[in-house]
Design a protein around this ligand. Sequence first.
Ligand SMILES: Cc1cc2nc3c(=O)[nH]c(=O)nc-3n(C[C@H](O)[C@H](O)[C@H](O)COP(=O)(O)OP(=O)(O)OC[C@H]3O[C@@H](n4cnc5c(N)ncnc54)[C@H](O)[C@@H]3O)c2cc1C
Length: 467
Amino acid sequence: MDTTDRVETRSASLISSLDAARLKRGFRGDLVLAGDARYTEARRVWNGMIDKRPALIAYCTGADDVAAAIAFARMRGLRPAVRSGGHNVAGACLCEGGLVIDLSRMKRIEIDPVRRLARAEAGLTLGEFDAATQAHGLATTMGVNSDTGIAGLTLGGGIGKLGRKYGLSCDNLVSAEIVTADGRLLKASEVENTDLFWGIRGGGGNFGIVTAFEYRLHPVGPRLLAGSVVYPYAQARDAMRFLAEFSREAPDALSLDAALVTTPSGESVFSISACYAGPIEEGERAVAPLRKFGKPVEDRIAPIPYLQIQAAGDPIFPRGRRYYWKAQFLRELADGAIDAMLAAFPGAPSASSLLVLQHVGGTIARVPSAATPYANRDALYDCFPISIWDDPAADETNISWARALWDAIHPFSTGGVYANNLGDEGEDRVKSAYGANYPRLAALKARYDPENFFRMNQNVRPAQAPE
Ligand SMILES: Cc1cc2nc3c(=O)[nH]c(=O)nc-3n(C[C@H](O)[C@H](O)[C@H](O)COP(=O)(O)OP(=O)(O)OC[C@H]3O[C@@H](n4cnc5c(N)ncnc54)[C@H](O)[C@@H]3O)c2cc1C
């Protein structure tokens, strides 16, 4: 049993307003205690299934507040959780009876358009980051839902429509400012604390709390050729086979995400969502084979503002609904996988649920897998059924459907998984996210967080010192 195990059983009631006042002395932010009128709202996160009751939520204003909150958690023996965008599907940013160190109000961003760099505080959402960088005609890889936090996303990797051209979000990281478990504020980059810099590019929140990220930016937009081509279910098998070939040969600038979804009129369809990160005319040539294929019921490919492309998925994932997913990487869209997807999808208990195929590869695949902790670079698709529903009584049915679909596809998977798409799935699955990089992560954890203070995450256990 380590230190955190011994102390985590403290209950929320042990944190009194006197304790909070003690923390407040060295703290410029805002504190919300269990029982406070704002508590119910403060403990809410994106996934409506999550119902955890931390003792205290500390809204930080900067690195000093983060260090003060860490010191307080240590002094009172409280388990810490770290929240930025609050989007982790399993609610890892909250903890029962512990201290939530919340960075969601830290939203400063400075852009150097000449050097094409952005210094962004950890509380920014993707939408806020994209809006600020696009004001200069610039962007870097970010995910597909504008409400997601840049922090959790970047620390776990960061897959998005620009990834095939520019790499993962973490591949575009130039430096980061981190408060470690012992309260030190460190800078990590290719020249400072290089081991830590390696660890935070995919290793999640295991090594400390990142207060700010510095990203490399690229000229993007303001419009890109993008949009969906939608096929009826009767053509889905052919369209998926076409996608299997087309996506494998696609240029880096072309991203081809896809999904099985149910339309508002109740029909299942297969949708391919293209985005070309380059000149519109070049994009027209690149997507021409897709637009010529089959008899789609809809073709919405057009020049669209990048910010609109990045927000296009938002209506599918509103805050507060109930969500469950289970992910795995595919190296190809094999016929067997296509059959499994098509057989199981129509049994979805909720019409809001979908099966997502997020296109990776390209530049992501050319970064050596040991260069950062993000190990599964050889995949072509991240594949995950997403259950979305509202009625708590239907939890089991919806979760079971996603798990059964995952099981059916599993024989065709690489065995790898994206750390940011993991729920509460246990240590073996965390190892599947990191593959051969896991021992190096465990050694780094032993160096920066030997007590496993930061463990509300896809946890890497500190390596044991040799006897
Ligand atoms: C609707 C939706 C769409 C998504 N789409 C994509 C996508 O397109 N591409 C993609 O790559 N991912 C995507 N994701 C997954 C997303 O990357 C993860 O959920 C990520 O953890 C979200 O980051 P957050 O800051 O919002 O998370 P939070 O829930 O706030 O944090 C999650 C975990 O990250 C760690 N963490 C957060 N902030 C910090 C910090 N400042 N310092 C240290 N550790 C920290 C902590 O361990 C925390 O438990 C999506 C998620 C959702 C819900």
